[in-house]
Design a protein around this ligand. Structure first.
Ligand SMILES: [Zn+2]
Length: 418
């Protein structure tokens, strides 16, 4: 390709132009000039660049408004390919994404995150390699990885993740950069689920979103102006370890006492269920334990749905405890939408009702005037979609774009000022 050698200001303008094209999909030169506020001459120069990068394709002629009909320009999502993976406590998924976030070749496997990074990331790479080989994937523009624990986003490394022995400070980004010669972004699963909701429901309300995941633990992803708020180190939203009780007999997996997730998370539900069985308080759970030998949070959810009193109370308690923290977040952050996801969210309307009741009772009237609280989209791959969105938005961030645009393709060497 031609060497365009854009200046920093020009890269920012080009970033605005590519964002407009990605959002709308199809535009004409006059449209682009109007949407971006750039002169016709500059728009022409950037369109030439986008065409030479295959980011744009010339389409048919559009509607004439008198004079020559303008040529339609289409965003070409196949210009680059992304490798996407999401890891959970007991499974992983991989997929390929185009530059519009359309996933393909989605595959899921059972694994145990506690087996450590060498083995588990080896499984991710084998899955990627098989897809790359079978479908002759070329032009890898980026890799997105979701992990079930805290991640220092700027460095792409997990930080003291409680359920991931051997992963602390493991260089996840570096490993994938070296292997695929592409830039890599790593984030925690809850942030990616929040992004996944945003791209699934790209409505105005989603721009100010708090996503709460209630799984074995509890975490939150926070969107503001449609972008993730990660905080200084990337651990914003780690609400599972906010102290809600002074009781010292409930030791959390983080080592502290009285954390939200040690009282209202899935692990806590399973622990309390065992106690309820030994105290003879739940017929449903006693029967479950007899049949399955073990009892899980899922049993409590099913017990509540079948009307077992102890289980109903336990789910209400989760709703109340989570709701109390959410009420504080609502006053502090003023979201327009709260989405409840994670496995415990399978408790459905009953959980939602008790969360709603607590949040609306304890938050400021102004903060709840237009607040919507709902369950997450029923899509097991919402985190994968979010991971693709993370890579796409980072690739086209002006600061990152300026590192790769003049060479025509993002590679490892452009990665994060390494
Ligand atoms: Zn804790």
């Amino acid at each position: 390709m031609k060497d365009y050698d854009l200046t920093e200001v020009e890269v920012s303008s080009f970033a605005i132009l590519t964002r407009a094209i990605r959002r709308v999909g199809t535009l004409t030169r006059p449209d682009l000039s109007r949407v971006t506020g750039l002169s016709r001459t500059l728009v022409s120069k950037y369109i030439d660049l986008a065409l030479s990068l295959d980011l744009l394709e010339e389409g048919e002629l559009g509607v004439s408004t008198g004079g020559r009909a303008p040529q339609l320009l289409n965003f070409n999502p196949s210009a680059g390919t992304l490798l996407i993976s999401e890891l959970g406590a007991s499974g992983l998924s991989v997929a390929i994404s185009d530059l519009s976030g359309n996933l393909s070749h989605v595959q899921s496997f059972s694994t145990e995150i506690s087996l450590g990074p060498q083995l588990v990331l080896g499984q991710v790479e084998s899955a990627f390699d098989a897809i790359i080989k079978e479908f002759k994937i070329k032009n890898i523009w980026g890799v997105g990885i979701g992990l079930p624990g805290p991640v220092e986003f700027a460095a792409g490394i997990p930080m003291s993740p409680p359920i991931m022995p051997g992963w602390d400070r493991y260089p996840v980004r570096r490993r994938f950069e070296d292997k695929y010669n592409a830039p890599v972004w790593v984030d925690n699963d809850v942030n990616l689920m929040a992004l996944g909701e945003l791209v699934t429901f790209p409505e105005k309300k989603s721009d100010e979103l708090i996503y709460i995941k209630i799984g074995s633990g509890i975490g939150a992803g926070i969107l503001t102006h449609g972008r993730l708020h990660r905080g200084a180190q990337g651990c914003a939203g780690d609400i599972g370890h906010i102290a809600i009780s002074e009781k010292t007999d409930l030791i959390c997996r983080c080592g502290n006492v009285g954390c939200l997730e040690s009282i209202a998370g899935g692990i806590a539900l399973a622990r309390d269920a065992l106690e309820a069985i030994s105290d003879g308080k739940s017929k449903f759970l006693t029967l479950r334990k007899k049949t399955n030998k073990i009892v899980t949070a899922q049993d409590v959810i099913e017990g509540a749905k079948s009307g077992d009193k102890w289980c109903v109370d336990a789910i209400n308690n989760v709703g109340n405890q989570v709701g109390r923290i959410l009420a504080t977040l609502v006053n502090f952050h003023n979201p327009s939408l709260i989405v409840i996801g994670g496995r415990v969210a399978a408790a459905g309307d009953q959980l939602l009702a008790s969360i709603r009741e607590t949040v609306f009772r304890r938050s400021l009237p102004l903060a709840t005037r237009d607040l919507e609280i709902r369950l997450g989209v029923n899509d097991e791959f919402v985190g994968l979609k979010g991971a693709a969105e993370m890579v796409i938005s980072e690739l086209f961030e002006p600061d990152f774009l300026k590192q790769w645009i003049n060479s025509g393709k993002p590679t490892q060497s452009h990665s994060h000022e390494n």
